[in-house]
Write a protein that binds this ligand. Structure first.
Ligand code: UDX
Ligand code: UDX
Length: 462
């Protein structure tokens, strides 16, 4: 690829769930730019260069194929690519800190800071640095200090451009985002840099959907968006517990409530709990920030969203225990789905991890099946060999099982032949629908004892 013929050089550091798809879309939509994605993980980079991408995301390979070899490059050469770039997106991971001050809540910014130092070390010219990773509000100020106290006489403008894509729908979200948010300093050079990033997205996103703001609003909005989304799930999940006590049906309640246009009908599916790399991490990060500003009440308000989620996961296991006569030792239990949601192989913070651990603690025999997430599941449960099986075929997973539990809402689980499954199971046979995706009446008629979320159980017991 001849470097000179491109209008702009864009670099992304971090080829994960966010960096990879986002850069593939920019490259596909903007043939005039050279887009390079680097990562310290050479296995991951190798996979991005093949048709076996390192992440499962519907439609992503088609987007990658439009641009790869034309204006999209995956590389491990961080040093050389930093200096060539005009705009550098940083999308390295910012996990919850596991040590020292703020452990368990605040964001661990060591990769982010190391990346900033690398950028400084290898740059000989002015650059725009774009925060793609989700960061605590005011991180940009620390970045500016690291980058701009240099002896080289070069200037870095830090821009915040959080990513709102959801896994499983990343391609559609990137192609047609509800909004793109770009925050900057409100100085002359800040606004100039912000406009350059606006111009990149304006190649395919309608201008009215590109919002600009001050840099702190942009950083904070990402945390707040995730906190609000997670709050909706914890709200409906808390109500699901009440429904189970009162014969109200959580789906009917969600439907009735969601028809109010002020509330809206999306993101109101009661479930076994939310997972994913962002919600818990970002809320705890928000909680930590509030605490550090002395806002104790605000911190505990948001922390309760995470606590209700833990409660919901715990409640699911309790329901299984109670239904299975308070003992599951040596009982075979098949978990249908391990990913944190459908259409992804990602298992980060998946409720399946907690549920599996709890069931194993009770000495159940757990069989896990999932169409995309078995490799990640094996990794999450590494070291556990006793009473644990992985099975690609859901029918085989269910064979001789006392119970099956739907953990992930994969389309394929709606279409299984449950009559056939029932016949191979140990009786009485139980099904726990952690996603409310199955036809509960039909399952009951087949002979199952059915336990949905937030609805009365249908059992054959008197
Ligand atoms: C990451 C952040 O976790 C999240 O907070 C943010 O919103 C977006 O970026 P994600 O893309 O899902 O999310 O993370 P991950 O798939 O782990 O990708 C990060 C990549 O950065 C990894 O491939 C890792 O190897 C790479 N990395 C990390 C570097 O290239 N250099 C580093 O110093 C550290
Ligand atoms: C989320 C945000 O949606 C996205 O904007 C942000 O950039 C990253 O975090 P993601 O974690 O990929 O995206 O998935 P999302 O669709 O938000 O689902 C998160 C979790 O909530 C999943 O476990 C999902 O199953 C669960 N969920 C979602 C419910 O339990 N009920 C619902 O109604 C919706």
């Amino acid at each position: 690829m001849e470097a000179q013929k491109f209008e702009k050089h864009i670099l992304c550091i971090g080829a994960g769930y966010v960096g990879g798809p986002t850069m593939a879309m920019i490259a596909a939509k903007c043939p005039q730019y050279l887009v390079t994605v680097v990562d310290i993980n050479s296995e991951k980079i190798k996979a991005w260069q093949t048709d076996e991408l390192p992440i499962y995301e519907p439609g992503l390979l088609d987007v990658v194929k439009i641009a790869r070899g034309r204006n999209l490059v995956f590389s491990t050469n961080v040093e050389e690519n930093i200096n060539k770039a005009d705009i550098i997106f940083v999308s390295v991971n910012t996990p919850t800190k596991t040590f020292g001050e703020g452990a368990g809540k605040s964001a661990d910014l060591q990769y982010w800071e190391k990346t900033a130092r690398d950028i400084l070390k290898f740059s000989d010219s002015d650059k725009i640095i774009v925060e793609k990773s989700t960061l605590p509000v005011r991180t940009a100020s620390a970045m500016e200090r690291i980058l701009n106290t240099n002896q080289k006489g070069i200037h870095f403008e830090v821009i915040s451009n959080p990513e709102f894509l959801a896994e499983g729908t990343a391609v559609a979200d990137l192609k047609s985002p509800d909004r793109v948010l770009i925050g900057s300093r409100e100085t002359e050079s800040g606004i100039k840099a912000r406009n350059e990033v606006v111009d990149v997205y304006a190649n395919w996103v309608p201008r009215e959907r590109i919002i600009t703001s001050n840099i702190w609003s942009s950083e904070l909005s990402k945390l707040v968006a995730n906190a609000f989304l997670a709050q909706r799930i914890s709200s409906i999940n808390s109500i699901s517990a009440l429904c189970e006590q009162t014969e109200a049906d959580v789906s009917e309640v969600a439907n009735a409530v969601g028809q109010d246009t002020r509330i809206g009908n999306k993101f109101l599916n009661a479930s076994v709990g939310f997972g994913g790399s962002c919600f818990k991490k970002d809320i705890l990060n928000l909680v930590y920030i509030c605490e550090s500003y002395g806002l104790k009440e605000v911190a505990s308000y948001w922390e309760s969203v995470v606590r209700i989620n833990e409660y919901q996961e715990h409640r699911f296991v309790q329901t299984m225990m109670r239904a299975l006569f308070n003992t599951i030792a040596n009982k075979r239990i098949a978990l249908l789905g391990f990913a944190f949601k459908a259409n992804t192989g990602d298992t980060r913070e998946s409720p399946a991890i907690y549920i599996t651990q709890q069931l194993l603690e009770e000495q159940a025999h757990v069989v896990i099946t999932d169409p995309q997430a078995l490799n990640n599941a094996r990794h999450d449960l590494e070291g556990i060999t006793k009473n644990l099986e992985f099975e690609t075929d859901p029918y085989k997973a269910a064979e001789n099982a006392h119970a099956i539990a739907i953990i992930t809402e994969w389309e394929l689980y709606k279409k299984l032949d449950y009559k056939k499954i029932f016949e191979t199971m140990t009786k009485p046979a139980f099904i726990f629908d952690g996603r409310n995706i199955l036809d509960h009446q039909k399952l009951y008629e087949i002979g199952f004892n059915v336990y949905p979320i937030g609805k009365a159980a249908k059992t054959h017991f008197k």
